[in-house]
Write a protein that binds this ligand. Structure first.
Ligand code: NCD
Length: 308
């Protein structure tokens, strides 16, 4: 498998074999880390350009780079103001490519990571662009599912919440389709998975997806509930967000009808969609899922830098 020099902009840039390769190497790195930090990326530099809030994605990329012996440069709030001064993002990226070996970028502008990737010579990893895609998140989601269930094929995953604006679920749907995992989408009608994505799932992967509006209708038949928040910042009007904000809330009452061994995942941050009373149950996987971001992003970084 050769990921060397590859940009990771959408899930369409990777194959099933690439996914399997990353998951295998993440497992190897997780095991090796138990003996201490590694030197695989010694002398290499990651630049993180995060122009939208981020905790998990940026910090797990940075932690992954540190644990591999590499170094990190990050664009701070002050430097972001140079964008406000009128410097454009492409000039900024052209400058930064001369300072680093790989770039991880998050922007509110859909398509900007692709534009940057086409312009610079170092590999570019999309850490989320607007409501479009977030291609590294599904790797840690799949890694978590594999750890919990020992397999991906044959599982049934309900993807729940804001499927219109949620970039993580756009990327996750492709990844699950590639891995042969069954899906059911649960959302209000106004926040359905975009038809463009449903079409690709059907035409490219032969996946027919069920769509529902209520968690109650699917909870007894799925292995996984993948919860997501309503993406407030993407709504054109706050009043529309307010109508949707409390549409789903998972609590112990609702969980009574769940399948034995059912797991709850969430890319985080959560707002109110999972009651904290579920955090201590055997169903909750969302914190370990966030922690899995480190070995998975270690494998991604080492992969694009040609070190695995
Ligand atoms: C997500 C994101 O930024 O898209 N968070 C993450 O990266 N784990 C999900 C979200 O913001 O709802």
């Amino acid at each position: 498998m050769d990921l060397k020099g590859k940009d990771i902009i959408t899930l369409e840039d990777v194959s099933k074999e690439d996914i399997e390769f990353i998951l295998e190497n993440a497992e190897i790195f997780e095991e090796k880390l138990k003996k201490g930090p590694l030197k695989v990326l010694e002398g290499k530099i990651l630049a993180t350009i995060f122009l939208e809030p981020s905790t998990r994605t940026r910090l797990s990329f940075e932690s992954a780079m540190h644990k591999l012996g590499g170094r990190v440069l990050t664009v701070s709030k002050d430097e972001m103001t140079s964008l406000a001064k009128g410097e454009n993002l492409s000039d900024m990226a052209r400058v930064i490519e001369g300072y680093c070996d790989v770039i991880a970028i998050r922007t509110p502008i859909e398509g900007a990571p692709k534009m940057i990737a086409d312009m610079v010579s170092v590999p570019v990893i999309n850490g989320g662009d607007g409501a479009h895609a977030h291609p590294t998140q599904p790797f840690l989601d799949l890694y978590t599912l594999k750890k919990e269930f020992g397999k991906l094929e044959g599982l049934k995953v309900a993807i729940i919440g804001d499927l219109k604006y949620g970039r993580t679920v756009h990327s996750l749907a492709y990844a699950l389709a590639m891995m042969g995992t069954e899906m059911v989408f649960v959302s209000p009608r106004e926040l359905r998975m975009p038809d463009s994505i449903i079409k690709v799932l059907k035409n490219k992967f032969g996946v027919e997806v069920e769509e529902k509006t209520k968690i109650e209708d699917i909870i007894s038949e799925v292995d996984v509930l993948y919860m997501t928040r309503i993406q407030r910042e993407r709504f054109p009007h706050e009043s529309e967000y307010k109508k949707m904000k409390n549409v789903y809330r998972l609590d112990s009452k609702l969980m009574k009808n769940s399948k034995e061994g059912m797991k709850i995942l969430h890319p985080l941050p959560r707002i109110d969609e999972i009651a904290p009373e579920l955090d201590a149950t055997k169903h909750a996987c969302y914190f370990s899922q966030a922690h899995n971001g480190v070995p998975v992003r270690m494998a991604i970084l080492a992969g694009v830098l040609g070190k695995i």
